[in-house]
Design a protein around this ligand. Structure first.
Ligand code: IMP
Length: 211
């Protein structure tokens, strides 16, 4: 049985961007989102082997510490020609200075080394895993992806991370050239295109009721 989220939800992130995005997504459901940062919670080590387990580690730690239902996400980009790298290490590839220009250049260098010069050899997808954990250890988990091709040079200054290099299937503009409403916004405002928007819709279907 799926369990509904009611009233309050701890957002287990210290990233202000993710928090703002979640608050926006949860607002139509009348859910008050409190951040782990505001509650002074620490950040657990992400020791999982996949997106799903890392999202669960973060959500479970926050639920146990706060005794409230807690939400966490884990995401990244999976490059097929690189055997799935950077994957769960997507943030780490940018280093302590969060240098995503360097991380994208690194991906491009590795693709060139492998002779991946045509679009069919440059396939990639973003993944978003979401987990809501309750203090009694009940969990709701969803995962979604968006498929596309990596282009070079990167295009666009919107978005973050690997957006300027990622051309979603069926589109002529990269995520870096789309507004955040186009990329993340749910219909009718946006296309609900991103991995996070798609995963959130799945979660809403099983755990949320519009108010
Ligand atoms: P985490 O989910 O905070 O562990 O980090 C995910 C990392 O994946 C981010 O730092 C970005 O590098 C990358 N990433 C995840 N989602 C996106 C996206 O929508 N656009 C661009 N990069 C993303």
């Amino acid at each position: 049985m799926h369990r509904r989220i009611t009233d309050r939800l701890v957002i287990a992130t210290h990233n202000p961007g993710k928090l703002a995005e979640m608050r926006e997504l949860l607002a139509p459901y009348g859910i008050e989102a409190v951040s782990a940062g505001e509650l002074g919670l620490g950040e657990p080590e992400e020791t999982g082997n996949d997106f799903r387990s890392n999202a669960a580690i973060k959500a479970i730690a926050a639920a146990r510490a706060t005794k409230l239902p807690s939400f966490a996400d884990d995401s990244g980009i999976v490059v097929e020609a690189l055997n799935g790298a950077p994957g769960i290490l997507s943030a780490r590839w940018a280093g302590p200075n969060k240098d995503f220009a360097a991380a994208m250049a690194q991906i491009e260098r590795l693709l060139q080394e492998r002779g991946a010069t045509t679009p069919d050899k440059r396939r990639a997808h973003f993944v978003s895993a979401l987990c809501v954990a309750w203090p009694d250890d009940h969990r709701e988990e969803v995962e979604a992806r968006v498929d596309g091709t990596l282009i070079w040079p990167p295009r666009g200054t919107a978005g973050f991370g690997y957006d300027p290099m990622f051309l979603p299937d069926g589109h002529t503009r990269t995520f870096g050239e789309m507004t955040s409403i186009e990329k993340h916004g749910l219909p009718p405002l946006g296309l609900g295109l991103s991995h996070r928007a798609r995963a959130f819709r799945k979660l809403a279907e099983i755990c949320l009721e519009p108010r």
